[in-house]
Design a protein around this ligand. Structure first.
Ligand code: DHE
Length: 541
């Protein structure tokens, strides 16, 4: 009897040992380095460098193993996608070997991400064209206020395209997977931030725009903005970092680092301690000299005062507002007083009043709201409204934003529109266009990825006009990010394909929705975000 118990126990231990051996697959040092690189490029943004989850699920190995998620399960998910996650394998972004590698990597302990200091950031800082050698007035005869800065994501470049003539003006190196561009208040400078933390300033007044300053703020970043408050225009810029979680205030003309502030902290000032507490969207207030800085994992919005910031050790004044966890992207309402930001994993939109500097509302919406900067217009019944689409469901939430003129609709979803697909990332309109335009780049089918839809802004009951963009499927491209020109007469959408195939940017008439032009060329590789100088400088969306 006793012998049988021992044999049984031995068998259980052997089984557990075998499972453990199977559960933590070995990686060679070369495989580990390659997997770390792929994880940084494709996974860390959503799941976190420490894999604790945010927009994406928690991927800590102990959790995966507890849930019985082994190599085969992970390979299936990485190949086919899940929820809003792209089908990395099916889309050809990861090869079958890379899918297998990543599945094995995820079951191994989380590697410690490297640190980054203020001194290291400062050592990367270079002024390529000193301020006194830059033009005193625009040198170019082109209508530079209608330039578009087009991100060429996978080649780490930004193209400057003339919005009037559609000619390519310049192509500039801006760093690995440049994420967004923001403009100085006067529109003269584009500020770029790459996923690798490199920030650059592009001077658009030059005959041929150039990068005039650069600096690596951190190792992983998504946001950048400038000081736009009256009297401080262009004086400072701020870079929001994912890793190490921090923000860096820099000189607005040269990018010289001034102050680095860690954002590690506690969930809503009370809960768990977070080493990975990333800086998501940042906007520059029009009511005071401060930035509204969204701290993702903690669920806090920080108001960072740049009034007293200088190099001499004076205080950085920060007001911390507890809001909702997993803050991501957002934009101003029409009056530019209220900032609306998605707490995507909480299925909420948070509203901050830049005038009173207070939290206003937390509005339940659909699954994984993703507004970009959102879309503003005046609806005949609801008054001024702002809208967001969603990654995980096919809803578009229209929210009332006028507490004074239309208090009964303010900070409520006044209309939930049904889109034909989930997987929306960006939504856009312009005061001069009757249309609300929506893309579907993370929908589960290539047909949906190639489709755009337009709703009539003043009659949301009407069915949308949806069309598949000719040529997108053939190029395996996802139509992404809508941007209007300065006059609001046309909008541009990128065909985001693979790095080895040039694609195109389509230009549509903002009244008729007819294709007007197509921007093509060898250089049109993986175009994603596009930023019109005038609209970006003036927060028109
Ligand atoms: Fe973005 C905005 C983060 C994936 C293109 N993206 C933002 C902002 C954040 C963010 C925090 C708001 C910046 C601001 O306003 O200050 N994005 C992230 C991610 O963490 C995420 C989910 C995963 C990642 O690893 O980066 C992610 N984003 C993407 C993409 O896959 C897109 C389509 C292409 C790319 O570059 O990887 C993409 N994100 C954009 C664009 C904007 C943006 C074009 C600016 C929109 C605008 O109109 O302002």
């Amino acid at each position: 009897m006793r012998k049988r118990v021992w044999v049984g126990l031995f068998a259980v231990l052997l089984g557990a040992f075998a499972l453990a051996q199977q559960a933590v697959p070995k990686l060679t040092p070369e495989e580990m380095e390659r997997a770390k690189e792929i994880y940084f490029q494709q996974c860390a943004g959503c799941h976190g460098v420490l894999r604790k989850g945010a927009t994406g699920k928690n991927l800590e190995p102990e959790n995966l193993l507890k849930q019985g998620k082994g190599v085969d399960y992970l390979k299936t998910i990485i190949t086919n996608g899940f929820g809003g996650m792209p089908a990395w394998g099916k889309l050809g972004i990861l090869s079958p070997e890379e899918v297998d590698l990543m599945a094995r990597f995820l079951l191994n302990p989380v590697p410690e991400p490297p640190p980054w200091t203020f001194a290291e950031a400062k050592a990367t800082w270079r002024v390529l064209v000193p301020v006194n050698e830059r033009p005193k007035a625009p040198e170019t005869k082109r209508n530079w206020e209608n330039y578009f800065g087009v991100i060429l994501r996978d080649v780490g470049k930004v193209a400057i395209v003339d919005g009037d003539t559609k000619e390519l003006v310049a192509i500039l190196p801006t760093g690995y997977a440049t994420h967004i561009l923001r403009s100085s208040k006067d529109g003269r400078y584009f500020y770029t931030i790459g996923r690798d933390g490199w920030a650059k300033i592009i001077d658009l007044w030059m005959e041929k725009p150039k990068v005039v300053a650069e600096m690596r703020a951190c190792l992983d970043a998504r946001s950048i903005d400038t000081s736009k408050y009256e009297g401080y225009e262009g004086k400072y810029a701020i870079i929001g970092c994912y890793w190490p979680s921090a923000f860096l205030v820099v000189d607005g003309q040269t990018l010289e680092p001034i102050k680095m502030v860690s954002t590690q902290g506690y969930v809503k000032s009370q809960g768990e301690f977070l080493r990975e507490n990333r800086v998501a969207s940042i906007v520059s207030s029009h009511f005071s000299p401060e930035w509204i800085v969204n701290i993702k994992e903690a669920g806090q919005t920080w108001l960072v005062d740049y009034d007293k910031i200088d190099k001499k050790g004076r205080p950085v004044s920060i007001t911390v507002i507890d809001t909702e966890r997993f803050l991501h992207d957002g934009g101003w309402d029409k009056s530019k007083r209220y900032f609306l930001v998605a707490a995507n994993a909480m299925k909420k939109i948070v509203v901050i009043d830049a005038k009173t500097r207070e939290f206003v509302a937390s509005i339940p919406v659909g699954d994984k709201p993703h507004p970009g900067r959102g879309a503003n217009w005046v609806h005949p019944k609801y008054g001024p409204v702002w809208a967001t689409g969603h990654i995980k469901d096919n809803k578009i939430a229209v929210i009332g934003t006028d507490p004074e003129g239309h208090p009964e609709y303010a900070w409520k979803v006044v209309k939930m529109i049904e889109a034909p697909y989930p997987g929306n990332l960006f939504i856009k309109t312009h005061p001069k266009s009757p249309w609300l335009i929506v893309d579907f780049p993370v929908a589960p089918t290539p047909e949906a990825n190639a489709t755009l839809c337009a709703w009539q802004k003043d009659d949301l009951e009407k069915d949308p006009i949806c069309w598949q963009v000719p040529g997108a499927l053939e190029k395996k491209a996802r139509m992404v990010h809508i941007e209007f020109n300065k006059d609001g007469t046309e909008f541009w959408v990128s065909a985001w394909g693979n790095v080895d195939t040039p694609t195109f940017i389509v230009v549509y008439d903002a009244q008729t929705l007819k294709e007007k032009a197509r921007i093509t060329g060898d250089w049109v590789i993986t175009p994603t975000g596009k930023f019109n100088v005038y609209n970006t400088a003036n927060d028109i969306y």
